[in-house]
Each structure stands twice: as structure tokens, then as C-alpha cells.
Design a protein around this ligand. Structure first.
Ligand code: NAD
Ligand code: UGA
Length: 434
């Protein structure tokens, strides 16, 4: 099928490359020139395992094209995906200006041939209805189209795997014709993976996305609440949560305590859902608590550092990990950045290392020092603060680290080491919840 994808970010690029891999013909449109130049040189603008290989392969096969002009892409496509960003406004509502802009542009282009317009961006319930209205308003009578909600569930760091082997495919439609088109689009994937397909109403599909992200964020905040309890009561949160997660009704995933969830999605999506509840007149205390515990996770960690190091002014602190999670170069809402900002405010000098996210971090916080590797970040430091659970940090030569540091103290915000072993090695070691 011929597909247009508007917005070549994490979601648009991964969707485009994976649909091309499944045999569809894809035109990805973006208004960011720099991104397009990179893509047209066969380079992925983001670090995402397996993505660049898929892009290059499908570009070479002529199934994947990147361009800035939306018109030819929309004209030739049967299905048009909206994959633009939906950032938070100051009050937590989702800012839908990019979605509206794309809807208006599509309205001016579609010309009578039937089109399915798919909202893949994460949006509040009833947004598809607004998209439909917008296209009607600005398309003067061109009404031969349907708007579908097809939320995306990929995780950064495993985006390609998540897309090629999804837990489920959710299709929110209110027309039989659109449903058939969407099933045709996903048929190769459904046949290959046997992924369950949920065909639901448009509003339900929109709510499935906000509901799923809120539930996952709630699990993490619950884990952090248990961690706080364990710290005060003298128990081990990892032992407690492992046993809790063995109950099949609860499950072990997303119960890792630490310095809280970051990224471009959970914080913004739960804030948007909180607003939806407010608008619908429903109590949003639960969401408020999820956010509060998440903020407290970072604050408690900082208090631990301050308590141990006492005066921070002038002290050199090594920071390992800047990305909001491993296997990505994304630093949007990264807890690491909040920690660095606070330590800097107290006068500490920071030397940071991240395997992939330093280029992005340098744009955001150019004033700190950056190391070439974890050992350089540790050298001469009075403490090492671990903010991201990159695999390579778990395999560090800890004897070497100890010798390099001015004082062997580690604050492990992701519990990647075992406290007893760290003590045996001669570190003063502080994890989360243990
Ligand atoms: P992103 O910022 O990485 O990408 C958005 C892209 O859209 C950018 O490249 C931007 O230049 C482009 N764009 C914006 N307006 C445009 C326009 N008018 N015309 C052409 N291009 C335009 O965002 P993302 O992380 O891919 O997220 C996109 C949406 O998907 C958001 O709603 C997000 O919540 C949701 N989502 C993201 C993830 C994730 O892991 N990142 C996962 C699931 C869902
Ligand atoms: C999340 C969801 O997991 C995806 O399903 C969803 O599609 C996406 O948001 C989205 O809507 O954009 P992502 O933000 O890429 O994906 O990454 P996660 O793996 O969910 O991690 C989010 C944050 O939670 C990270 O900061 C991570 O360190 C933290 N986390 C995760 C924990 O602190 N504990 C855990 O047990 C799991």
C-alpha cells in the first residue's frame, strides 16, 4: 500500500521504516531540514538500535522516501499517518497545534479519492473528532475520508522490536471501510506475529493509550513508594518488589524503583490525562499521587547525596548516564538532568558520561564537563552518581574506578550494583530502597 507519514520522529521514523520492511511504499514527511538531510544521507537522526539499518535497506529498495513536501505524499497515499509531537502546555494539557496544522494541510490537499487519516500521535480522547472537523472545515466539501486512531506503544531503545513484534495492535474506527484498509495495512504483521488486534471505537482507542501509559507510570511510582518505605523501615525494596511481582495478576515488569520515570511520554501523558479527568469532572487524586511520588524519587536521592557529601560547593562529582533510560540518546525529561541541575546549584562541579546522549546533553547543558568514558568521569571525583542503567555500566572495572576516585562513594539511582558486594569492594554505596 502507498502510505504517507507526517512527522519523522521516534514514532514516525520507526513506523515508516517498519512498514516499508513489511513491503509497503512509504513517504515520510518532516519540516525539519536538518533531519531530512541526515536521513537522505542514510543516517538516522536518533540513536535507536536496528533503526538505521532498516532505513538504509528500505531506502535502497525504493520503498522509503524522506521529503519536506506534504502535498505529493498525501495525494498518492491511501493511508496518511499523523505522527507529530504533542508536547505539554504549561497547565499539563496536550498542545495539539502540530496535529491541527497537519490536519489543515491535509484538508487543502485531499481531492476526492478516499483517504484514511490515522492519528498515531498520543492525544486526549475526542481529538480524532476535532481532526475530522478541521479537515471538513478547511477542505470545503472534500469529505471522502475517515479518521482513525491507531495509538503507538513502542518504547525507546526497543522501538524496532516493539513495532515488529507488538503486544497488540489497537485500531479505533467508526467506519467499515477504514477498518478494512487498516487490517489490510497490518495484515503482513498480523500473519507474521499473530499479534492480537483490538478493533474498537475511536474514543476507546484514544483512551487505551492514555490508560496504558498512566497504569505503567503508576506501577513505577508504586515501586518507588515501596522503596521509600523500605529505606525508612530497613527492608530491601528489590526483594519486596520481586516477590510482589511474582503474583501473575501484578507481574514483574515496570516495578523497578530508582530516580523515577522521565522521557517525552509518561510525564506529559499522565499530565494530559489528569487534565482530561478534570474536564470530565472526575477526581484526579491518583494521577496527582503518581506525579508527586515521581518527583519525590529524585528529591530523596538528592537529599541522600547532600547528607553524605555535606558541603557540595567545589566538589567534583562524576555522573554516569544522561539519557532518560538506556539504549537511547533521548534526554527529554531525563531525571539525570534534574539531578545535575540541583548539584550544580549547590556549587558542585560535574563531569558526565553517557554512551549515546552526550551530543544532545551538550546542547542543553554546555557548561558541565564531559568525559570520554566512565573511568574519566570517575577520575578525581568525590562521588559517582549513576542515573541511567546502561548495560556497560554494570560491567565496569570497579577496582579501577575505586583507585581513580578521590573518595570511593557511589550513589546508584538505578540499583545496578549489589550493596553487599560494593561494600566488600570498599565503596560507600547508596542504592534506592535498600
Ligand atoms: P518527535 O518530536 O521525535 O517527532 C515529531 C516529528 O514531527 C519531528 O521530527 C517534527 O519535526 C515533526 N513535525 C512537527 N510538525 C510537523 C509538521 N507540521 N509537518 C511535518 N513534520 C512535523 O516525537 P515522537 O517522540 O516521535 O512522538 C510523536 C508522538 O507519538 C507524540 O504524540 C508522542 O507522545 C507519541 N509517542 C511517542 C513515543 C516515543 O517513544 N517517543 C511512543 C509512543 C507514542
Ligand atoms: C513508554 C511506554 O513504556 C511505551 O509503551 C509508550 O509507547 C511510550 O512511553 C510512549 O507513549 O511514548 P518510553 O518512555 O520510551 O516508553 O520508556 P520506558 O521504558 O517506559 O521508560 C520510561 C521511564 O520509566 C524511564 O525513565 C525509565 O527509566 C523509567 N522506569 C521504567 C523505571 O523507573 N522503572 C521501571 O520499572 C521501568
Amino acid at each position: 500500500m502507498k502510505i504517507a507519514i507526517i512527522g519523522a520522529g521516534y514514532v514516525g521514523l520507526t513506523t515508516g521504516a517498519c512498514l516499508a520492511e513489511l513491503g509497503h511504499e512509504i513517504i515520510c514527511v518532516d519540516n525539519n531540514r536538518e533531519k531530512l538531510d541526515k536521513l537522505n544521507r542514510g543516517k538516522s537522526p536518533i540513536f535507536e538500535p536496528g533503526l538505521e539499518e532498516l532505513i538504509v535497506k528500505n531506502q535502497a529498495a525504493g520503498r522509503l522516501v524522506f521529503q519536506s513536501e506534504i502535498k505529493p505524499a498525501v495525494q498518492q497515499a491511501e493511508i496518511i499517518f499523523i505522527c507529530v509531537n504533542t508536547p505539554p502546555k504549561d497547565d499539563g494539557r496536550a498542545d495539539l497545534k502540530y496535529v491541527e496544522q497537519v490536519a489543515r494541510e491535509i484538508a487543502g490537499i485531499i481531492n476526492g479519492d478516499y483517504k484514511v487519516i490515522v492519528d498515531k500521535s498520543t492525544v486526549p480522547v475526542k481529538t480524532a473528532e476535532k481532526v475530522k472537523e478541521t479537515i471538513r472545515r478547511y477542505g470545503a466539501g472534500k469529505t471522502n475520508f475517515d479518521v482513525v486512531s491507531n495509538p503507538e506503544f513502542l518504547k525507546e531503545g526497543t522501538a524496532v522490536i516493539d513495532t515488529m513484534a507488538p503486544d497488540r495492535i489497537v485500531i479505533g474506527v467508526d467506519s467499515e471501510k477504514a477498518k478494512e484498509k487498516m487490517l489490510e495495512l497490518y495484515r503482513p504483521l498480523i500473519e507474521k506475529t499473530k499479534a492480537p488486534v483490538k478493533v474498537v471505537s475511536v474514543r476507546s482507542a484514544e483512551l487505551i493509550k492514555h490508560g496504558a501509559n498512566t497504569f505503567l507510570a503508576a506501577k513505577i511510582s508504586f515501586a518507588n513508594l515501596i522503596a521509600q518505605t523500605c529505606e525508612e523501615a530497613g527492608a530491601d525494596a528489590l526483594e519486596v518488589l520481586e516477590a510482589i511481582g511474582l503474583d501473575e495478576r501484578i507481574g514483574a515488569q515496570f516495578l523497578k524503583p530508582g530516580i523515577g520515570f522521565g522521557g517525552s511520554c509518561f510525564p506529559k501523558d499522565i499530565a494530559a490525562y489528569k487534565k482530561t479527568l478534570e474536564i470530565l469532572g472526575i477526581d484526579n487524586t491518583l494521577i496527582h499521587a503518581i506525579e508527586k511520588i515521581n518527583q519525590e524519587a529524585v528529591l530523596r536521592f538528592l537529599r541522600k547525596i547532600e547528607k553524605e557529601l555535606w558541603v557540595l560547593d567545589g566538589k567534583l562529582i562524576g555522573v554516569l548516564g544522561l539519557a532518560f533510560k538506556p539504549d537511547t540518546d533521548d534526554i527529554r525529561n531525563s531525571p539525570a538532568l534534574k539531578i545535575i541541575e540541583s548539584l550544580k546549584k549547590d556549587g558542585a562541579k560535574i563531569k558526565a558520561f553517557d554512551p549515546q546522549a552526550m551530543a544532545n546533553a551538550k546542547k542543553e547543558i554546555p557548561e558541565i564537563e564531559y568525559a570520554q568514558n566512565p573511568y574519566e568521569a570517575a577520575a578525581g571525583s568525590e562521588a559517582l552518581v549513576i542515573c541511567t542503567d546502561w548495560r556497560e555500566f554494570k560491567n565496569l572495572d570497579l577496582e579501577r574506578i575505586k583507585k581513580l576516585m578521590a573518595a570511593p562513594t557511589i550513589f546508584d539511582g538505578r540499583n545496578i550494583f549489589n550493596p553487599k558486594e560494593m561494600e566488600k569492594l570498599g565503596f560507600r554505596y547508596f542504592g534506592v530502597g535498600r
